[in-house]
Every structure is written in structure tokens, then in C-alpha cells.
Ligand binder design. Structure first.
Ligand code: DSN
Length: 439
């Protein structure tokens, strides 16, 4: 017994030590993963609250558990805020992730065996929109067949006319047109896709996971007004909430969505995360017009600075991006995996990514030609154009000048010193990456 206690304690200490190291690491890195963000201290507080230990199956006011009166009130506020921020008739904040939100859409609008049109991953698509052959959620879980949009690689946009011709030529009968992406550089042609979908009596779903904070800040596009039947999202990327999901839609679908979310796809729905989402939405209402504008400004500035230093950031002729994300082809120097690893040694955290040319080249997704960068997190830390130029210079030192990554890491630590608090939030009490101890 004594030895089991000692063994357990060794694990226990090691786990706490690793969490602590992670926090210390993130105080000193430049975080550029386009799908992440740093939530405010208030959101982090919500994640540690007792809501996370409770059950509240069902809809606020109609729960199947007792003890929910405050949980109900918070979830009702989250619903009210979601509808206000996204000008939606109906919201459901219970899906526990973006993938689960997409499953709500698939369950509502399709039957197994139906056909969906979506973007393949080299054109920015997400694995949850993917076919069975690639292990994609749509194919594996809902049994959907998936065909693709025709894509204009030169301009990084869906080619509507070519897509229509493709559908006609192949005699396809799509039931669902999925929009949204994990490399989401420019707004999608929602209106044109909705017109095409109408020809097949099909539905349009817009996966806003990456750009949810930009839509909240009114700087990207307005998918529900442009013709989407539903908007799905995860809440932790540009929206900067906790890891969770959400669907926004129209009243005509409300009762079906509620039944699909529970009992169809969830039992309990992570009540502490709902509280965090509510706080993030309040922050969005108050601060995101400014935050979102600054994100796009910084993304363009980083792209321009990299481009001027010889890194082939794509879509210069379109201003590189209208979102938080930029992509660069690094294949003249190394593959994306090598770039990712070298930059990680320099405390610059980003990820390798398939880029459009990889589609025809059939490049192995593990070592693609590109890297992806998102500036939403560094912007939340208060960085501006001048820091984007410094970041570009540091990236160049590693990828082009072949400076020692460990030497560059020291410069990164120096740059990060003045950026330790979350901005665009009501309170900025503790440092952004402080390891909060309550044990
Ligand atoms: N795979 C994530 C991303 O990095 O874009 C989204 O779920």
C-alpha cells in the first residue's frame, strides 16, 4: 500500500510539474497557431468553477437534474449573448466542440448516404468535413458521401461556375453545401453557394470556427444574412473563449436542433465551458470590434513583413488575407515539418500546413509545403504592427539566414517580456499564462 501511495505521488508530482513547465514555456513563446488563443483570466476562472462538476441535461428551465438554477441562468445569458453578437434567431451553446456542432448540422440536414459538397484540406477544408477515405467525420460518423468544390488556386476562392459544371457533369444530387475552413483567408461566396444550393433544394452550413471572433467584430462576413441555414463554430479560436462549440440558426430549425444536441449527440454539455463561452461573448460584445480590426491589420502586417524578407507568403495580389491567418510556401528552403520543428526550437510556435499546390502534388500531409500562422493570440497580448515586423525578422533568421534557433529563442524571450497580459477583456488581473494554483 505504501509503495502504491508513493508511486501515485510520483505520478501526481510529475503531472503538476509538467503543467507548470507548459505555463512557463508559453510565457516565452510567440504563439502563432491559427486555431488557438489565450482566454481572459475571467474565462479561465469559469473553467475552474464548480459548474464543471455538475450535470444539466436538457434545456435551461427543463433540466433533468436538480441544482441547476444558477447554471440555467448563466446558460440563458450565453444564449442571449450568442443571438445578439451573431444576430441569430436561435442559438444552442451546448455542443461541446466545433466537430460536434458540425455533427448537429449533418444530423439535421442529411441522411446517411447523402452527398455533401465541401473543401478538401489542401484548399483549407477541415477534417470534420471530410470523406470516409480520409477518416473525415462527415464520412466516418454520418456516412455522408463528400464531393468537392472546384477551387480557384490562383485566387484562393471557391469557383462557383466550375462547381456547378462539375455537379452537372457528374450528375450529383447534393443535400448539403458545407462552407468554412481551417485556412480561412478570404470570405466565402455564401450568397452564390446558397443560390446554387437552392437549385438542388440543399442546405448551406457555414463552419465559422476560425473566424467566429472576426464575425463577432463585424470585420469578415455575415453568413446568416448571406444565406446560410446554419453557422457552426468552436469557441476558442478568434472568439478566444474556452474549448467548446455552438450552433446558430433560424427559429424554424430550433426544436429539431435542441433534440439533436440532447439527447441525440450529448448527455451533459460541460457547464463550466458554457460559463466561459458566456464571458467570452460578453467580451466580444464589448471589445471585439476593435480586437477583430486589429487582428486583420496585424495579419496583413506580418504577411507583408515576411514577404519583404523573402518568405513566400501566398496571395500577395489579394493583400495576403482578410482574416487572422496567413500561409506561406516554404518549400524552396525546406518542407513545412522541418520549418515547424526549427521554429519551435526558436520558441516560435506555428504549424505546418498543406497549401493548394499540394493538392495536385499529392504531398504527404505530414511534410507539406507550407506553414500556417495566425495572429489572434499575439494580438490579444497587445502586439501591434511593429511587433509583427520583429516576428517576421525572427522567422527569417531561422528559415533563411539559418541562425541558430536556440540563439533566436533568446530574442523571442526578450520580445515577449512586455506582452504578458490579456487585452480586449474586462479584467487583466493575472498574467496571461500564469499557472493558477488552487490545490
Ligand atoms: N484542426 C484545427 C485547426 O488547427 O485548424 C481546427 O479544428
Amino acid at each position: 500500500m505504501d509503495s502504491e501511495r508513493a508511486e501515485g505521488e510520483r505520478y501526481f508530482r510529475r503531472i503538476l510539474e509538467l503543467i507548470d513547465k507548459h505555463h512557463k514555456l508559453f510565457k516565452h513563446v510567440i504563439p502563432l497557431i491559427a486555431s488557438e488563443n489565450i482566454p481572459s483570466p475571467a474565462v479561465r476562472e469559469a473553467l475552474a468553477c464548480d459548474f464543471g462538476n455538475r450535470y444539466a441535461e436538457g434545456w435551461p428551465g427543463e433540466r433533468l437534474y436538480a441544482g441547476c438554477k444558477y447554471v440555467d441562468e448563466v446558460e440563458t445569458i450565453a444564449l442571449e449573448l450568442a443571438k445578439k453578437v451573431y444576430e441569430a434567431e436561435f442559438a444552442d451553446v451546448r455542443p461541446i466542440s466545433g466537430v460536434m456542432a458540425n455533427l448537429v448540422a449533418y444530423t439535421l440536414f442529411t441522411e446517411p448516404g447523402d452527398l455533401m459538397i465541401a473543401l478538401p484540406i489542401p484548399y483549407g477544408g477541415h477534417i470534420s468535413h471530410g470523406k470516409q477515405k480520409w477518416g473525415g467525420t462527415a464520412g466516418v460518423v454520418r456516412g455522408l458521401k463528400v464531393d468537392r468544390y472546384e477551387f480557384d488556386e490562383e485566387n484562393y476562392e471557391i469557383d462557383i461556375d466550375a462547381t456547378r459544371r462539375r455537379i452537372e457533369k457528374k450528375g450529383l444530387k447534393p443535400r448539403l453545401f458545407m462552407l468554412g475552413a481551417s485556412v480561412f483567408l478570404f470570405p466565402h461566396p455564401v450568397k452564390e453557394v446558397a443560390e446554387l444550393a437552392a437549385e438542388f433544394d440543399a442546405k448551406v452550413v457555414y463552419d465559422a470556427a476560425h473566424v467566429a471572433g472576426l464575425i463577432a467584430g463585424k470585420v469578415f462576413q455575415d453568413p446568416l444574412r448571406e444565406g446560410a441555414d446554419m453557422m457552426t463554430l468552436s469557441t476558442h479560436k478568434t472568439l478566444a473563449g474556452p474549448q467548446h462549440g455552438m450552433v446558430l440558426s433560424w427559429n424554424k430549425y430550433a426544436e429539431d436542433i435542441k433534440r439533436i444536441v440532447f439527447p441525440g449527440l450529448h448527455s451533459n454539455h460541460h457547464l463550466h465551458a458554457v460559463a466561459g463561452v458566456a464571458i467570452a461573448l460578453a467580451e466580444a460584445l464589448a471589445f471585439y470590434r476593435e480586437y477583430a480590426r486589429k487582428i486583420v491589420e496585424n495579419a496583413k502586417a506580418l504577411a507583408q513583413a515576411l514577404y519583404e524578407r523573402g518568405i513566400r507568403v501566398l496571395y500577395e495580389h489579394r493583400g495576403f488575407t482578410e482574416s487572422h491567418t496567413i500561409i506561406a510556401d516554404v518549400s524552396e528552403y525546406m518542407n513545412g515539418l522541418e520549418a515547424e520543428k526549427l521554429l519551435e526550437r526558436a520558441n516560435i510556435i506555428l504549424n505546418r500546413n498543406l497549401i493548394p499546390k499540394d493538392y495536385k502534388l499529392k504531398t504527404d500531409y505530414r511534410a507539406p509545403s507550407g506553414i500556417r500562422m495566425g495572429v489572434q493570440e499575439v494580438t490579444r497580448l497587445g502586439m501591434n504592427k511593429s511587433e509583427m515586423i520583429e516576428i517576421a525578422e525572427l522567422i527569417k533568421k531561422v528559415l533563411i539566414d539559418k541562425k541558430s534557433p536556440e540563439e533566436v529563442a533568446k530574442e523571442v524571450v526578450e520580445l515577449r517580456k512586455d506582452f504578458q497580459h490579456v487585452k480586449y477583456a474586462f479584467t487583466s488581473g493575472i498574467e496571461a499564462y500564469e499557472h493558477i494554483l488552487i490545490r
